[in-house]
Design a protein around this ligand. Structure first.
Ligand code: SF4
Ligand code: SF4
Ligand code: SF4
Length: 334
């Protein structure tokens, strides 16, 4: 970018670098590098041979080394509007994947709320749902964030009669509301209840100037289907999805299977290592849908379950008939 900045400014801005994703990288950085910087934070600057102060980016190489390159050598995908037709192609050479660490989730619900804001959803419309799970009577309950799993064998795509639901090469499953006839075949075929019907009531948003894109899922159309889209508009800009970025506990890792790297914005780690060493699994694996969302088991939980009821009264009401929650209430713990 070649921004002229003073040396002092540059030093001040070197304070903090958050991790993130970037899409493609030119020859200087090497084609197989995967960035660990977010474009939302100020990047460090340094002086080049022309005495200009240029923005730097830190990248993680496939062999785990951090290298620093000029931001001008990084090709980000354009922030241009992606039409429904273009949205079918996917982002080249990527296989996006999410990993959710159940040991760290305390139902803070930032992921739900930030996703709702970005996708103009109402309070009771959730692309990310936080469920209270208990695997058997003896086991302790835990919080279970559940987006769309962007399955490799997605029954929702198979049953859609109009091609409105489609699977891309970068692993993402999207809905094109322009083609959706609201038949709800996909809703009944999804074993994870990831889809929501749009009943309307979106009048509060002034969307007259926003062009529709399946990559943003807005403006939504009444009478069609909506679901988690993995935020491809952010991925094109080298940013993490809203849910991953907003989680104060670092529960949600997001990344690229091709590069074998995921990040929660603070920690960047090999995807394969994380899954292997922490016993990563996919929800209802036996169904054969091959989700691209993995879970790390809720062992050695970092927060007691009660902490997850602090958010608001409505959460307690939702689970009022669950025995364990009744007990917590009787004991005055929630
Ligand atoms: S989780 Fe459901 S909606 Fe998402 S891709 Fe899989 S089957 Fe389709
Ligand atoms: S509701 Fe829309 S996306 Fe779902 S199966 Fe019918 S046409 Fe396809
Ligand atoms: S990936 Fe995006 S759409 Fe999906 S739950 Fe997270 S914020 Fe919502």
């Amino acid at each position: 970018m070649g921004n002229k900045k003073t040396k002092e400014e540059g030093t001040n801005r070197r304070k903090f670098i958050k991790l993130g994703l970037i899409s493609s990288i030119t020859a200087v950085a090497g084609p197989s590098l995967f960035s660990n910087l977010t474009a939302q934070e100020e990047n460090p600057v340094s002086e080049n041979k022309n005495n200009d102060f240029v923005e730097k980016m830190r990248l993680l190489t496939p062999d785990g080394k951090i290298v620093e390159v000029d931001a001008t050598n990084i090709n980000k995908y354009p922030e241009a509007h992606i039409t429904p037709k273009e949205s079918r192609k996917g982002i080249p050479n990527r296989k996006f994947v999410m990993v959710i660490d159940l040991a760290k989730c305390k139902n803070a619900r930032n992921c739900v709320e930030e996703c709702q804001k970005a996708h103009q959803l109402d309070y009771n419309e959730e692309f990310m749902k936080i469920q209270l799970m208990q695997d058997n009577e003896e086991a302790s309950p835990y919080w279970f964030p559940k987006p769309c799993f962007h399955c490799d064998e997605p029954p929702c795509v198979t049953v859609c009669p109009t091609g409105a639901t489609f699977k891309r090469d970068d692993n993402i499953v999207l809905v094109d509301a322009d083609r959706c006839i609201g038949c709800k075949f996909c809703v009944t075929s999804c074993p994870y209840s990831a889809r929501i019907f749009n009943w309307g009531n979106k009048d509060k948003f002034d969307n007259t100037t926003i062009p529709y894109s399946p990559e943003t899922s807005i403006p939504a159309t009444e009478g069609t289907i909506m679901k988690c889209d993995f935020c491809p508009d952010l991925l094109r800009q080298g940013l993490l999805p809203h849910c991953a970025k907003s989680c104060p506990m670092g529960v949600i890792y997001f990344g690229d299977k091709n590069e074998d790297i995921v990040t929660n914005g603070e920690e960047t780690i090999r995807f394969s290592k994380l899954i292997k060493e922490r016993g990563g699994y996919r929800h209802l694996e036996h169904l054969g849908t091959k989700p691209n969302v993995y879970y790390l088991p809720a062992v050695n939980r970092q927060f007691p379950l009660e902490r997850g009821f602090d958010v608001d009264e409505d959460i307690i009401k939702r689970y009022k008939n669950v025995d364990y929650v009744k007990e917590l209430k009787e004991q005055g713990k929630i």
